[in-house]
Design a binder for this molecule. Sequence first.
Ligand SMILES: NC(=O)c1ccc[n+]([C@@H]2O[C@H](COP(=O)([O-])OP(=O)(O)OC[C@H]3O[C@@H](n4cnc5c(N)ncnc54)[C@H](O)[C@@H]3O)[C@@H](O)[C@H]2O)c1
Length: 259
Amino acid sequence: MGRLEDRFAVITGGASGIGRAIAKAYLVEGAEVLIADLNAKLAAQTAKELQKFGKAYAFACDVTKLSDVKALSEEALRVLGKVNVLINNAGLSGRGLIYEIEEDTIDALLNVNLKGVIICAKVFAPILKNSKDAIMINMSSQAGKRGWAELSVYGATKSGVLGMNRALAVELAPEVRVNAICPGYISEVGMAWRGWDLRSKKEGGNAESIGAKFAVDNIPLERLQTAEDIARSAVFLGSIDAKEITGAALNVGGGVVMD
Ligand SMILES: NC(=O)c1ccc[n+]([C@@H]2O[C@H](COP(=O)([O-])OP(=O)(O)OC[C@H]3O[C@@H](n4cnc5c(N)ncnc54)[C@H](O)[C@@H]3O)[C@@H](O)[C@H]2O)c1
């Protein structure tokens, strides 16, 4: 028996990276999942690839659009029968000094990372509350808790997610537990990896060795994290083992942020 039997999960941004790893881990633990992603083709492909682990479905959706998210909730109830897990994972990276960052980048970050999370929470809150024993997991970042140069706007969106997380943990209790995850530097997918890539272009060397050296110099556990590490914490938060935890923001970053 898996740890997530009877869990019916909608995972935004589930087509790739951390979201994909969470979808796989949830399936392996017995959940059914609906992958919601802007990238329709990749979402369908990911769902197909993950079907060997359990019941996986895909739906094309832009989390910044209320009409898309309403359609997602209808599709989720249709294919899953019920929804008792929402994982607000879709997000964008975007760096820049505050006096240089483009308005388009500011808008995109605020829209996807913050408005998108709020809209999904708004649409799914009544559905989750109705299912009595439900979970919302909001993907924040260590940048939501600590300052890094060039991440002021990204950090603002991720701090915003934590503000919503705390408020909803009160507002949606006792039926819904609401928790956030603050991932560290992820080695092989997504944003951190693209960061090492950029540095390797500027400074020479390869992205992997830059990442590894960075980890030894800056991370107490001296290693980067993987998407699977984040997925394991999402499984924990979704399981009975976390039944008394709500309003938390779990650092999964090897000790870079401690609070
Ligand atoms: N990778 C890291 O180092 C890291 C660190 C801290 C936090 N995070 C957070 O983890 C989450 C996932 O990041 P990742 O590294 O796996 O990124 P990723 O780019 O690999 O995956 C993000 C997914 O979100 C989807 N997406 C983007 N905009 C969307 C929209 N408007 N509607 C629906 N889907 C959309 C993309 O198509 C993609 O499949 C993000 O919220 C990110 O901020 C990542």
